[in-house]
Design a protein around this ligand. Structure first.
Ligand SMILES: [Zn+2]
Length: 167
């Protein structure tokens, strides 16, 4: 084997989805399916029995993306990815989409283009906090103060009613 062939042989394969997830996909897509659950990439809607195997797989996918594609520091998905809800959803979608995309060369090219757009969104959302998160110091969400301005659910109507009756 030449050094160039050796280098190619060291490419890590994409992590295999867990069997429970594959079974769930098969059950959902079967013609006479009785499974009417959420799409497995809709992680906010998944039951615990699917989230449990999904997390280590998505973590392996993040490691694989970092190892394979992260050449520049800003391309690295931070190790606290699951604390960033936007990353959780996006990584799940990218991971499931890869299997579909790799059935044809053209859609594989598109998957890579989508990965590029994922990186742009990740960096826009992480902002400066991303530098700290990437070296293992997770930062709280910069928008937390603005989000705190939202009253608790249902409080708006009560506040409106009391405004009307106060004076
Ligand atoms: Zn973080």
């Amino acid at each position: 084997m030449t050094p160039a062939q050796q280098a190619l042989s060291e490419y890590a394969p994409f992590p295999e989805p867990p069997a429970l997830i594959l079974d769930y996909i098969a059950a959902r897509s079967a013609e006479d399916s009785v499974v009417d659950g959420p799409a497995p990439w809709d992680i906010g809607s998944l039951p615990a029995e699917l989230l449990t195997p999904a997390h280590p797989w998505l973590d392996a996918v993040c490691r694989w993306l970092n190892q394979t594609y992260a050449w520049q520091p800003q391309d690295v998905i931070p190790p606290c990815w699951e604390k960033h809800q936007h990353l959780g959803y996006e990584v799940a979608a990218l991971a499931f989409a890869r299997a579909d995309a790799h059935e044809a060369a053209g859609s594989t090219v598109i998957w890579h283009e989508q990965y590029e757009r994922f990186l742009a969104r990740m960096n826009r959302m992480l902002g400066k906090a991303g530098d700290e998160c990437r070296v293992g110091r997770h930062q709280p969400r910069p928008a937390r103060f603005q989000l705190d301005a939202w009253p608790p659910p249902g409080a708006t109507e009560k506040a409106g009613a009391s405004d009307g009756s106060a004076s």
